[in-house]
Design a protein around this ligand. Structure first.
Ligand code: HEM
Length: 151
């Protein structure tokens, strides 16, 4: 049996070629991020949460472009830590994540060149949203841990 060992560079090139064939490139990601956060700022649920946290949108937007470039194109440009950034947010609920995801999907439907591109981003956003919620709220459908009685 022969195994084809691909280097990280080869893998990155393959992912970027596949994404480019769908019309996903840095210009698309830039437009997606700008438009999405434009909608977020106007949203009655999410707008106030972001307004209370993001002091400098000129810093936040490039970071989010790096993030989506790393997620969608494997560019390796994002080196931040989303979990602590979200754990420190007070008053965010699972329902807010539903709003976030549906706004992201609506933005993609506005801008994406095909339904395939909508799914490409939504699959990744759903997965990341689940892991952020796990870090923020714990496992769903489990009662909160009781304090130990005997220790
Ligand atoms: C209700 C849902 C969400 C809310 C309210 C929210 C809110 C925020 C806020 C306020 C920040 C800025 C934190 C700061 O600069 O101090 C932030 C950062 C960020 N968010 Fe979210 N977020 C949500 C969901 C998501 C999802 C689903 C993703 C990814 C798919 C995501 C990805 C990120 C990333 C990558 C950062 C930058 C973290 C860093 O490196 O500093 N967020 N978010």
């Amino acid at each position: 049996m022969t195994f084809r060992v691909r280097s990280a560079d080869q893998r990155r090139a393959e992912i970027q070629a596949r994404a480019a064939a769908m019309g996903i490139d840095e210009a698309f990601i830039s437009r997606l991020v700008e438009t999405f956060y434009g909608h977020v700022r106007e949203d009655e649920t999410l707008g106030p949460i972001f307004a209370g946290q993001v002091e400098d949108w000129d810093e936040h937007l490039p970071k989010m472009k790096d993030f989506w470039s790393s997620v969608a194109l494997n560019s390796g440009r994002y080196a931040g830590k989303p979990v602590p950034a979200h754990r420190k947010l007070g008053g965010v609920s699972a329902a807010d994540f539903t709003v976030w995801l549906s706004l992201f999907e609506r933005t993609l439907e506005e801008l994406a060149p095909s339904p395939e591109v909508v799914s490409y981003f939504m699959e990744r956003a759903d997965r990341i949203a689940k892991s952020l919620q796990l870090a923020m709220f714990g496992l769903p459908n489990l009662p909160p841990a009781k304090p130990a009685e005997n220790f």
